[in-house]
Design a binder for this molecule. Structure first.
Ligand code: CBF
Length: 841
């Protein structure tokens, strides 16, 4: 239906067009209006929650005005758009980010103060949008920020989970999961009840030949679930460009419950359809780097992909262009294999619904998609059982078989007679049951495949995807090293540091061109500058110390070295290596004379992160950390020399407090297992040093900042396989210091040793897959170097300044420009004149 206002009435519209506020008074007016009308409250019952709601609504109005203009501009320009498909968007809080990106935080601060509130308290009211597990989801959030900031016409597509990642509570040292119902009040989303897509599941396929002799396949029967769009505006920094993140929510097709069943007393089954449909978008799967192969997860994937593609194709069809132009207008990036079904769905739309030939359709499909691989861990590579697929998505399975057949025929032509090769690269694994290998499907259906750091991109080419390099040639595979948005991870998380940098580099330009940080090199030995730099770090540590006190009750000394490891708990990330190191330090302190103790730099070892609810070993590691803390923190021999803290419920907003407060942070994965890591970048950007292995982006960070400014240790990726082989088939003697640590654990020093038997046993008796013992000595030695280096504060500060100065490469803006050039072939859409937004601070 044409809903456009007729020409004669448009002047009235223009006259009364919504105008975003720009002054403090207008902002206050908006806040009061929202309190008194939208929220139906008054100055007599306006608490901080209401003030947060009203301030957010005021900013939301602003964003949506710019959002509308951006969408109109992009539609009129009719240039190529990017669609970023991600099952996870770990956005964190929106208000602070919106205020900073539109450059009106000072106005809001003053305005709120005049209305009786402190801006920090208001910001703290917001519930994190935690629609992700860890690095992959947070990367997607950084990319949205960069795409908007760089004026790329780009949308994110995801799922609107009712429950984000669970909240973690620590009870008696154990992780307990609590649901995170974050939608109670979410002012940042716009339900689009007019944008609803029918998504089909189950049913069967009828095939026949039409009058022209063409084979036709009709997918019929089964059930329909409705996908409703919810839009979230994504403001760029210092630009009016406001992009869109569209999240889909599921509902039963009928929309109503069965009255007959209800009346006859069968209450439960009267709402069963709704409940079953709503379950699809109900919960985020809480596994990071782990595939569980559950049917509901496959349902989520198809639901989201089908709705998104319907939307994308609908928009394209409005332009009335030829289908062959689809890839000139649209680039779709697959964030990991989760959206791989999009490849099959687009092929299905083109051949079954739009009547294109297979080859013509397949050319369009492969030119449209790009696939990012985020892991080489075998347990994380998605596979779906063929019978499950057959039942849920019968037509898609047929298409996958056809894709595979044509692909294998081409392989056969290239490598005649190489049957092993055919078996290795087949999209269908000939197991019992047969499995669909999603990564292979993603490679075959995309024109580019990228890894997320140099080492990782090399590894995928030489290990898991080695055959595909032979088949498609090396050019199909590329690297885009990850990055982070400096807006959130410096400007928002560390405002004082951002201000200091601005004062020395001529303003906030560095937030748009992070290479400007280079200018800080000349201050690396500047006494005054170093003093200010150190004061800021100290203030950030004081802030974290207060937070630790308020949440754990433990007092930590802000002058101690803060050593932080916050990330998902996983054996490959080796929090166990860290805690064993802490126990070793504890033993060392206990054995020291009082004189020796005086020479030791006090340390606070801080951990944080969630374990997947079914990942027992990871939960055991959390338990051990907490139990070690309980003993060490009250040992009078130790005092301030060592404190061990586990921060509950690590999330994005907590990361904003934790990251600026590190002296060192730990990125100590077994070499070759962490694809990139991104918190390593955040910590260095905030003036902390790293202790790390030669893994993921640590390697490039070292190259950029210089090896004098990082503490590297451990075996290299190229040696890992041989070491594992030796463990299993040769001799495996444990490091003697690690044996002492295990002896202490076994003496029940940290509670019943039986609770930790599986953990120590995995290293002693089960092959030490993650090389904890092999790297232990080097880790302990390197930690001693950290202690020594920290004593020389002058040099330490210089190292941190030089490191920050050299971090320009790790901006997610650089990544997005690389994706745009190498993969998407898309240009930014100039905004005319920069808006003047963001100029304030
Ligand atoms: O590329 C972003 C991040 O993705 C992961 O978190 C993932 O889920 N596969 C990797 O583990 C990280 O190394 C990587 O930085």
């Amino acid at each position: 239906v044409e809903a456009s206002i007729p020409e004669p009435q448009r002047d009235a519209w223009k006259k009364f067009q919504a105008k975003p506020f720009v002054s403090k008074d207008d902002f206050e007016k908006e806040v009061v209006r929202h309190v008194e009308t939208t929220l139906a409250r008054s100055m007599f019952n306006c608490d901080e929650t209401a003030a947060y709601a009203a301030a957010s609504l005021a900013f939301r109005d602003r964003l949506i005005t710019e959002w509308n203009r951006t969408q109109q501009r992009q539609t009129f320009a009719d240039t190529k758009r990017v669609y970023y498909l991600s099952l996870e968007f770990l956005m964190g809080r929106a208000l602070d980010n919106a205020m900073l990106n539109v450059g009106l935080k000072n106005i809001a601060k003053e305005g709120l103060s005049e209305l009786g509130f402190r801006i920090e308290d208001i910001i703290n009211q917001e519930h994190d949008a935690a629609l992700g597990n860890g690095g992959l989801g947070r990367l997607a959030a950084c990319f949205l920020d960069s795409m908007a900031s760089l004026n790329f016409p780009a949308w994110g597509y995801g799922l609107r989970y009712k429950y984000g990642i669970f909240k973690q509570e620590i009870v008696d040292g154990y992780q307990v999961e609590v649901p995170d119902y974050w939608l109670d009040f979410n002012p940042w989303e716009f339900p689009r009840h007019d944008i609803v897509v029918d998504v089909q599941f189950y049913g069967g396929v009828r095939k026949y030949q039409d009058e022209a002799g063409k084979n036709v396949a009709v997918w019929e029967g089964g059930e329909i679930v409705k996908a409703t769009a919810y839009d979230v505006p994504i403001p760029g920094f210092n630009t009016p460009t406001t992009n869109n993140m569209r999240l889909w929510s599921s509902k039963a097709a009928s929309g109503e419950f069965d009255f007959q069943k209800f009346n006859s007393g069968d209450y439960e089954s009267s709402v069963a359809d709704q409940q079953r449909a709503e379950t699809i978008s109900a919960v985020l799967y809480p596994n990071d780097n782990l595939d569980r192969g559950k049917e509901l997860r496959l349902k989520q994937q198809y639901f989201w992909v089908a709705a998104s593609l319907y939307d994308i194709v609908r928009r394209f069809k409005k332009s009335k262009r030829a289908w062959s132009e689809f890839p000139d207008q649209i680039a779709i990036q697959l964030n990991d294999t989760h959206p791989t079904l999009a490849i099959v769905e687009l092929q299905r739309i083109l051949i079954d619904m739009e009547g294109l030939d297979w080859d013509e359709a397949w050319t369009i499909v492969t030119n449209t998609f790009g696939y990012t691989n985020h892991t080489v861990l075998p347990e994380a590579l998605e596979k779906w059982s063929v019978p499950l697929f057959q039942n849920l998505l019968p037509r898609h399975l047929q298409i996958i078989y056809d894709i595979n057949m044509f692909f294998l025929q081409s392989v056969e032509r290239k490598f005649p007679g190489d049957r092993d090769m055919l078996g290795r690269v087949s999209i269908i694994e000939e197991s019992q049951p047969k499995m669909v290998r999603m990564a292979f499907l993603a490679i075959v259906g995309s024109h580019k495949v990228n890894g997320v750091a140099e080492l990782h991109s090399d590894l995928i080419k030489t290990t898991i995807f080695k055959d595909f390099v032979k088949i498609f040639g090396p050019d199909k595979f590329t690297n885009v090293t990850n990055g982070i948005t400096p807006r959130r991870w410096l400007h928002q998380a560390n405002p004082r540091l951002s201000e200091l940098i601005a004062s020395k580099t001529g303003g906030l330009g560095f937030l748009k061109d992070l290479n400007v940080l280079n200018e800080l090199e000349k201050f690396a030995d500047d006494k005054e500058f170093k003093k200010e730099w150190a004061e800021i770090k100290y203030a950030n540590k004081v802030r974290l110390a207060k937070y630790i006190k308020s949440t754990t009750g433990v007092t930590v000394n802000p002058a101690a070295l803060f050593d932080i490891q916050v990330k998902r708990i996983h054996e490959y990330k080796r929090q166990q290596l860290n805690i064993f190191g802490v126990i070793h330090r504890y033993l060392t302190i206990k054995a020291m004379t009082p004189e020796e103790r005086k020479k030791l730099a006090p340390r606070v070892s801080i951990f944080g992160g969630k374990a997947a609810p079914g990942y027992w070993m990871a939960k055991t590691i959390i338990h051990l950390i907490n139990n070690v803390g309980a003993v060490v923190n009250k040992d009078p021999d130790v005092g301030d020399l060592l404190k061990v803290i586990f921060l509950e419920d690590y999330n994005v907003s907590k990361a904003e407090i934790i990251t600026p407060a590190s002296d060192v942070s730990e990125h100590i994965s077994t070499a070759g297992t962490e694809a990139s890591g991104t918190s390593n970048m955040k910590f260095v950007l905030n003036g902390g040093l790293i202790i790390g292995t030669c893994d993921g982006a640590n390697i490039e960070i070292t190259r950029e900042i210089g090896e004098n400014n990082i503490f590297l240790f451990g075996n290299l990726a190229e040696d890992v396989e041989d070491l594992r082989h030796t463990h299993n088939y040769g001799s495996h003697t444990l490091d003697p210091d690690l044996v002492k640590v295990f002896d202490l654990i076994k003496s029940n020093a940290f509670g019943d040793a039986g609770a930790f038997g599986a953990l120590t046993g995995s290293i002693e008796d089960h092959g030490d897959y993650y090389l904890v013992s092999d790297d232990f000595h080097s880790y302990i030695q390197t930690q001693t170097l950290v202690d020594e280096a920290y004593k020389n504060q002058e040099e330490w500060i210089t190292k941190t300044i030089l490191s920050v100065a050299r971090m320009g490469f790790f901006s997610s803006d650089r990544c997005i420009n690389e994706y745009a050039e190498m993969i998407w072939n898309v240009e930014p859409l100039p905004v005319g004149k920069e808006s003047g937004l963001g100029k304030e601070e």
